[in-house]
Ligand binder design. Structure first.
Ligand code: F0G
Length: 480
């Protein structure tokens, strides 16, 4: 919750106390360079023992609540018909308003099942923006994603409150061009991850619903970050300031035919699910569930996590839970902006994003500025971040490099895990890096997997810049 200090400054005070802790290590800059070189300058390949603050992702690494942990102890371990599932069904009905629930082992499993049932080869999926796994599943099944965001979405220095909106003219054009029968479904992603955690407005979502109704199109909501989108609607959309996060989530969900989520984010567990009020869709999806995931009442998840998900769903509607990452991200971004560091604005959910093209303007996209920046942040701070740019965009069918729309270094803020002093440390080291940005050069692949190459690809630093940067660090700041 944001508290205004007597000085007038606002800080996001943590509305929880820490009752279990895990030790973390700050390695020296020489040790960090060694670890980075072993990892092929790919932060995915670092080991956590070499990481100080793990801000790679907000997925599966959030702090669970005492109630969630307690719930895990009373989870009903049954192959079929377990009570934990029915408590999840009740929570989904109360919080999201859907009657039918299919648990899956994580978000991408939901994508797999939805595409298996609703996508035919040659069809298209218009969306506000892709997520990596979403696009991979659609393409594997012979479909194509069409990104129909408003042009403002790619402006990294914007004040637009809803950069996650679908451009309605582009949606109408897609329908005219392809015809409704070639459209598998329309997809909207809450707090659009790869645009920098940007929300859409309810006004926009309602308009998309109307267009879907007019053309009898299926409307799918990726609600992995639904509570953050609702929290940002409450803050930014006229007419919603006095509504509760819970009420806004319900309204968002009421507009979609099929909802799915990675439960690893807003509900702080490890799992996922699909939900709907349409019995026919539910039955179509249900029949594939035991083939790929598990029986209906656990869907490939541990029942402990099913129980914790039911509790997490209810908890994510509290403003201090829905807003805990949003407020830390806002604080983080504003502190960096004060120091002149280029971050994506307005700040959104899940992460603070550095704009690598403006941070490292001397590195061409073919030399992966966002990947280089992610590696350089680790070297200068021990903080692990994630490349979200051209490395995260696989080559096309002919092996040609596809240059990403945005070159972002994502500094995720796991929920209820780090404190403001951690963020102050990050601000300081990233600011130091910005002042020494000329020392950072590009990267080149030395091992490049053909699909989702950002996970396991290995790269090398051009002109051995890791050495130059760590020498400069040692000279000015010492080993740490
Ligand atoms: N949809 C969105 C919007 C996501 O952010 C993710 C995962 C998925 C689907 C896939 O879910 O990981 O449970 O299989 N995002 C993670 C991230 C991986 O780091 O942003 P999953």
């Amino acid at each position: 919750m944001n508290i205004r200090l007597a000085s007038g400054k606002e800080i996001p005070v943590e509305m929880h106390k820490v009752r279990i802790v895990q030790k973390i290590h700050l390695r020296s800059v020489d040790e960090r360079r060694r670890a980075l070189e072993e990892a092929g300058y790919n932060t995915f390949l670092l080991r956590t023992r070499d990481i100080f603050l793990d801000m790679l992702t907000d997925s599966g690494v959030n702090a669970m609540s005492d109630n969630q942990l307690a719930g895990m102890m009373v989870a009903d371990d049954a192959y079929a018909g377990g009570e934990s599932y029915y408590r999840l069904v009740d929570a989904v009905k109360d919080v999201l308003g859907y009657r039918f629930v299919l648990p899956v082992h994580q978000g991408r499993a939901a994508e797999h099942l939805i595409d298996k049932v609703f996508l035919k080869p040659g069809q298209v999926v218009p969306t506000n923006y892709h997520f990596t796994t979403t696009r991979a599943h659609i393409e594997i099944l012979g479909g194509t994603m069409l990104e129909i965001y408003a042009d403002e979405a790619l402006n990294t220095q914007s004040t637009h409150p809803f950069k996650g909106n679908i451009d309605l003219n582009k949606l109408n054009d897609v329908i005219k061009r392809y015809g409704p029968e070639k459209i598998a479904y329309v997809r909207m992603e809450a707090t659009t991850n790869l645009l920098g955690g940007q929300p859409f407005s309810l006004e926009n979502m309602r308009a998309v619903r109307e267009i879907c109704d007019r053309h009898k199109l299926l409307f799918v909501l990726d609600g992995s970050l639904v509570s953050e989108n609702a929290y940002l609607i409450k803050q930014r959309e006229p007419g919603y300031a006095h509504k509760g996060v819970a009420e806004i989530i319900k309204e968002m969900c009421s507009l979609a035919d099929i909802y799915y989520m990675s439960a690893r984010k807003n509900t702080s567990v490890r799992g996922g699910m699909i939900a709907t009020n349409n019995e026919k869709f539910y039955l179509q999806l249900r029949d594939w569930l035991p083939v790929y995931e598990g029986f209906l009442t656990y869907g490939g998840m541990s029942v402990k996590e099913v129980e914790a998900m039911a509790i997490g769903l209810r908890e994510m509607t509290a403003p201090e839970v829905a807003g805990c990452a949003v407020e830390q991200v806002k604080y983080f971004a504003h502190r960096l902006l004060e120091n002149g560091v280029p971050v994506v604005t307005p700040p959104g959910g899940l992460a603070c994003h550095l704009d690598a093209r403006r941070f490292l303007p001397h590195i061409p996209q073919t030399q992966y500025p966002a990947g280089a920046l992610s590696a350089a942040v680790y070297l200068s701070s021990g903080i692990r971040t994630m490349e979200r740019g051209t490395i995260s965009t696989d080559r096309d069918k002919d092996g040609k490099e596809i240059l990403a729309d945005l070159e972002l270094t994502r500094i995720a803020v796991p929920r209820r895990v780090y404190t403001i002093s951690h963020i102050e440390y990050a601000v300081d080291r990233i600011t130091w890096l910005y002042q020494h940005r000329d020392l950072v050069k590009g990267l080149k692949f030395v091992e490049e997997p053909p699909v989702l190459r950002f996970f396991f690809g290995k790269l090398a630093a051009l002109e051995d810049w890791g050495k130059t940067l760590s020498e400069a660090f040692k000279k000015e700041l010492g080993d740490y």
